[in-house]
Design a protein around this ligand. Structure first.
Ligand SMILES: CC(C)(COP(=O)(O)OP(=O)(O)OC[C@H]1O[C@@H](n2cnc3c(N)ncnc32)[C@H](O)[C@@H]1OP(=O)(O)O)[C@@H](O)C(=O)NCCC(=O)NCCS
Length: 167
């Protein structure tokens, strides 16, 4: 059952590393959240190659996850997802800030991500955190009835804007 926006969360939301035995639950959330979801083997590959893979857990439920690759001075945010019932409460913002801080601590200088122009909640969040559009990949995404561009966004890491006392 979906929570109303002002309802109290059923349990504290805890962030922890993703493990292989989380992938089935992550896959369920992925398929509920995207029209063109990643398959479960993609999540296993992310774990196998050592990407930063984090889950959010409330009680015994996986309610979100974030995945980033890091190296050569760049972090790439590859997936960020929160259960529909918990959206609009700053949960994704907290998770993304956590990924960005991990990237900073690992010595990366830039964070990149791709987003559909139609994904307004995600775009608002990214812009609010200081990401700026630096390019477009034409027809990058599969879409209903055709293809959709990707907006490529970039954020400079190491700046004071990430020093949020709540995180
Ligand atoms: C995009 C996504 C991750 C955002 O998750 P979220 O947890 O809802 O995001 P946040 O709550 O951190 O921020 C979204 C909005 O909630 C608002 N918000 C934050 N805390 C809040 C609170 N305590 N009460 C009310 N609203 C709040 C934010 O200000 C923001 O508002 P805005 O839309 O007016 O800017 C989520 O919509 C999602 O999982 N979508 C499906 C997967 C997806 O598209 N992922 C991104 C791929 S690029």
């Amino acid at each position: 059952m979906a929570l109303a926006r002002d309802e109290v969360l059923p349990a504290p939301v805890i962030e922890r590393p993703m493990h292989a035995d989380d992938v089935a639950a992550v896959g369920i959330l992925e398929r509920a959240s995207y029209q063109f979801p990643w398959s479960e083997p993609i999540f296993h590959d992310c774990l196998r190659v050592g990407y930063v893979c984090r889950v959010l857990e409330a009680g015994d439920r996986i309610v979100g996850y974030g995945i980033a690759s890091m190296g050569a001075g760049e972090a790439h945010i590859l997936n960020l997802c929160v259960a529909e019932s918990l959206r609009g409460r700053g949960v994704a913002r907290r998770l993304l800030l956590s990924l960005l801080k991990r990237a900073e601590r690992a010595g990366q200088h830039w964070a990149f991500l791709e987003v559909r122009p139609s994904n307004e909640p995600a775009l608002r969040l990214y812009r609010d955190l200081g990401f700026v559009e630096v390019g477009r990949r034409r027809d990058y995404y599969q879409a209903v009835g055709g293809r959709e561009d990707a907006i490529v966004c970039r954020l400079a890491l190491g700046g004071a804007e990430l020093l949020d006392p709540e995180n």
